[in-house]
Write a protein that binds this ligand. Structure first.
Ligand code: DCP
Ligand code: MG
Length: 360
């Protein structure tokens, strides 16, 4: 550290897809809406704040959402419109800095330590960006302003929607102490459950454990958690790395051997993978299954298609087929994973890849 803290902003659009739909159709304004499939197998991509009051949220099956909120209006997604809005906000970011790291269509980190207009206050930069986003896109964004990525991202969520939250260097440690650990970037659902089993629920609980304890339980991630618990994070804001694959995996408390349990698990993993694929708007041609056995041996099996996999059903089917080909397993599985590789660019994302000639 050279003594002068960085100035990092995390910007995240509010109820992004839903806000775009409400912007473009006045009849939807003030209404509980869900963007996504309303059919029997559909999933909610996002919900308007009016619908969230009923408990409707991202990744929820459409049927459940309808039960929670009987008046819910389902709107089919229009990805090309979301991409256009995303390009507009990125254009606004670029007026302030070139050090931009988009995380998805609606979210990015910006390092504004040195910014193009030469504005000294990062808070002022964030307010200016929010103002321009509203003026040019008709949408609202929330911003977190802090001295690192970890805290800026947590902060942008703090006063949503249309909110701003600033966490200064001397406030960072206390801010993290109050956070549930599952909200800390890098603590996935599996790690969060393991931490919970160890009595670690909040940042303060995490901070109370020493590095040796964390290393014994979390291996190479221990140092990151140790520093995060103290509000420290040196990760630089960088341009999006070219993503090679997207995957989801889950480690089980008890090894799984029953075929029904394995198939049920792979379906759950496929659903969660689809959520990520959809959010990243990145589709791949190759579906890869990973199995880690009780003896830690890992196998991967893949299946490639002529065109990218663009439906959750096809993804689930491919996962199931890959797994079925391995059944019965020679011993219990301690981990299952599913991923897609051979990703394409966003360019022809609108086209539906229905002709799925099997190559392999
Ligand atoms: N998205 C999705 N499936 C998910 C999560 C998100 O398709 N499981 C899409 C729809 C969202 C967009 O990505 O509009 C941005 O995701 P966010 O998590 O930022 O959620 P929102 O912008 O919708 O709401 P918030 O106001 O909480 O940021
Ligand atoms: Mg958002």
């Amino acid at each position: 550290m050279d003594g002068s803290p960085r100035k990092i902003i995390h910007i995240d659009m509010d109820a992004f897809y839903a806000s775009v739909e409400q912007r473009d159709d006045p009849a939807l304004r003030g209404q509980p809406i869900a963007v996504g499939g309303g059919g029997p197998r559909g999933v909610v991509a996002t919900a308007s704040y009016e619908a969230r009051k009923f408990g409707v949220k991202s990744a929820m099956p459409g049927a459940r959402a309808r039960r929670l909120c009987p008046g819910l209006i389902f709107v089919p997604p229009r990805f090309e419109v979301y991409r256009a809005a995303s390009a507009q906000i990125r254009d606004i970011f670029a007026r302030f800095t070139d050090v931009i790291q988009p995380l998805s269509l609606d979210e990015a980190y910006l390092d504004v330590t040195c910014n193009k207009p030469g504005i000294a206050s990062a808070t002022q930069v964030a307010e200016e960006i929010r103002r321009l986003i509203r003026a040019e896109t008709g949408l609202t964004a929330s911003a977190g302003v802090s001295y690192n990525k970890l805290i800026a991202k947590l902060a942008s969520d703090q006063n949503k929607p249309d909110g701003l939250c600033v966490v200064r260097p001397h406030e960072g440690a206390a801010f993290i102490a109050a956070m549930p650990v599952r909200r800390i970037h890098g603590v996935g659902p599996v790690t969060a459950r393991r931490m919970q089993a160890l009595g670690i629920e909040t940042g303060a609980d995490l901070r109370a454990r020493d590095l040796r304890f964390l290393a014994a339980h979390f291996g190479s991630a221990a140092e990151y958690y140790y520093r995060a618990a103290r509000g420290l994070d040196d990760r630089p804001v960088h341009e999006r790395l070219c993503r090679k694959s997207i995957s989801v995996e889950d480690t089980f408390f008890d090894d799984l051997i029953a075929e029904s349990a394995l198939l049920e698990e792979i379906e759950r993993i496929a659903a969660s993978l689809w959520t990520r694929i959809d959010k990243a708007q990145a589709w791949g041609r190759t579906v890869v299954l990973k199995v880690k056995f009780a003896d830690f041996q890992i196998i991967t099996r893949s299946k490639s298609f002529a065109t990218p996999v663009r439906s959750p059903d096809l993804l689930t089917q491919a996962g199931r087929d890959l797994l079925r080909a391995q059944l019965p397993l020679r011993m219990g599985a301690r981990l299952l994973g599913l991923g897609v590789h051979n990703l394409e660019g966003d360019d022809d994302a609108g086209e539906q890849g229905e002709q799925l000639a099997l190559l392999l």
